[in-house]
Ligand binder design. Structure first.
Ligand code: GLU
Length: 228
């Protein structure tokens, strides 16, 4: 299980998330990736290797946006590679996820989703979860947070996840089970999310440790909601 850093607020997310990933390097990892949301949509950069490799790779890319999430991966399912690095996207690419942990029943879920027309872009257990969330949303017409809740009830395993959606660029969804996740409440309307407090403490000392099986929604308007 490796590192998670997220930011939503009024500042540029890239430098905050990148620095946060560097702070988590002490945990060890094999790949790194960041998703950013800005006016032109979602931008995902991910590379096998060190955070410095990702940093160099993205230097000439669009790194603007005040919503971002980053991950350092320690591969459990799928070799360390660019395509297996997180974030992973759903079938229509609108949703993306970063995940620490293992989805133990991913193979069964993946088989069902393939039969329903989903095409997978990686060999990870993680990608199955974001496709499942999209599938539930399409099948049942529930809102995204509810789709996340239903999907997590179908999943066996351990997770700390953060999800962003192109259709909801002003919010981030986070959830956990048997894998830690911390929310930091910044100045004015901004939130940090991380797998431990290390990347957050330089920004704020107001932190909330999430409980297992709670789903948290943080919004750019400053609202913070917990659903269970
Ligand atoms: N099981 C996931 C993967 O292999 C997440 C690994 C992690 O916790 O970094 O991609």
């Amino acid at each position: 299980m490796c590192g998670i850093v997220g930011y939503i607020g009024y500042r540029e997310a890239w430098p905050i998330v990148l620095k946060g990933l560097k702070r988590l390097e002490y945990r060890g990892y094999d790949s790194a990736g960041i998703a950013l949301m800005n006016n032109s949509g979602q931008h995902i950069y991910k590379k096998a290797g060190k955070v410095a490799v990702l940093e160099e790779f993205a230097e000439s890319q669009d790194r603007s946006g005040s919503v971002g999430m980053g991950h350092t991966r320690w591969a459990t399912h799928g070799v360390p590679s660019d395509r297996n690095s997180h974030p992973h996207t759903s079938n229509n690419d609108k949703l993306s996820i970063i995940h620490n942990g293992i989805i133990e029943n991913y193979a069964t879920l993946k088989e069902e989703l393939i039969q329903r027309g989903h095409e997978f872009k990686s060999d990870t257990d993680t990608e199955v979860l974001i496709h499942l969330i999209e599938d539930i949303q399409e099948k049942t017409n529930v809102d995204l947070v509810e789709a996340v809740r239903i999907a997590l009830n179908e999943v066996v395993g351990a997770y700390a996840i953060v999800i962003v959606s192109q259709d909801h660029p002003d919010m981030m969804i986070a959830a956990k089970k048997s894998s830690p996740l911390v929310i930091g409440l910044g100045e004015k309307d901004e939130y940090y999310i991380a797998s431990d407090a290390t990347p957050i403490i330089e920004h704020t000392n107001k932190v909330v440790y999430l409980n297992d099986e709670e789903i948290t929604v943080v919004r750019r308007d400053g609202t913070f909601e917990i659903r269970s």
